[in-house]
Write a protein that binds this ligand. Structure first.
Ligand code: CO
Length: 267
């Protein structure tokens, strides 16, 4: 298992991963940052470990799910959250939403320092709701589901967010600056909204739109190569979560996780 903070795109990949013949990053990738993501998935596959979660890249259909409220906080959910933090650190991110790991639940994790040693900076937001927004500010954003792609997005300058923590305790946070931006970006993920959608709304997406088709072709190839979970395996995982009561039963009949993503028409 790769350790949090391991430099996937650069030097510090454990040696046994590099020796694996299949731990070769298939290309061409649209950006150097993308290199980290499939290698994580790939390395685990090589070791025949079935990760419970993995970061799914655009245009995976999970990124369009409207997630449902978490109904139960148990040991399984806590371990999922731990895995999400680990994946986030591996990918050098500061926030990760459940839909980005193909889980249709309203939950995201944040560590604004991106440093796995800064555990006191780790925050879990369960069933989050932004209850107040103040001011507007433009700032650059990126996304672990669109590695290497960056763009300016207008967000509220200050927000008040309510959520539950892993102990089931409700809390309220008043955030500004980067933290406010992160929670708005992650809350959007839970509604199936990407930062590129916000740019499109603002009429500033021309440059990022040109890059999306490349993500689509890389994704389609990765799926053909079995490097991204199939719809069937995602469905099986969700059915298991429904059976264990971790997500509402109506997800069993929900067809949000079926079918293909209308990626090109959307861009
Ligand atoms: Co994102």
């Amino acid at each position: 298992m790769l350790q949090p903070g391991g430099e996937l795109a650069g030097g510090r990949v454990p040696r046994h991963f590099r020796q694996l013949p299949c731990a070769v990053i298939p290309g061409p990738w649209p950006g150097r940052h993308l290199a980290g993501l499939p290698l994580t998935v790939l390395s685990r596959r090589c070791l025949e470990e079935e990760p419970f979660v993995e970061i799914v890249p655009y245009p995976h259909p999970a990124l369009r799910w409207k997630a449902k409220p978490v109904s139960q906080i148990d040991a399984a959910l806590r371990s999922t959250v731990r895995e999400m933090f680990d994946l986030m650190y591996e990918a050098r991110g500061i926030g990760l939403a459940a839909t980005q790991v193909a889980l249709p639940i309203r939950l995201f994790v944040v560590n604004p320092t991106a440093d796995p040693d800064e555990t006191e900076e780790e925050f879990v937001f369960i069933n989050p709701e932004i209850v107040r927004r103040k001011g507007q500010v433009v700032g650059e954003e990126g996304c672990l589901s669109l590695p290497g792609l960056y763009g300016d997005v207008t967000r509220a300058e200050e927000v008040v967010i309510e959520a539950f923590d892993l102990d089931g305790q409700g809390f309220e946070m008043k955030l500004d600056d980067l933290a406010a931006r992160v929670v708005q970006h992650e809350t959007d993920h839970l509604d199936g909204i990407l930062f590129t959608d916000r740019m499109r709304q603002e009429g500033t997406s021309e440059r990022v739109d040109l890059k999306l088709p490349k993500f689509v072709s890389v994704y389609e190839q990765a799926r053909r190569d079995g490097l991204v979970s199939s719809d069937e395996s995602i469905k099986a995982r969700i059915d298991e979560m429904v059976r264990s009561g971790r997500i509402p039963e109506d997800y069993a009949d929900c067809d949000t996780y079926r079918g293909s993503f209308p990626s090109l028409s959307e861009a």
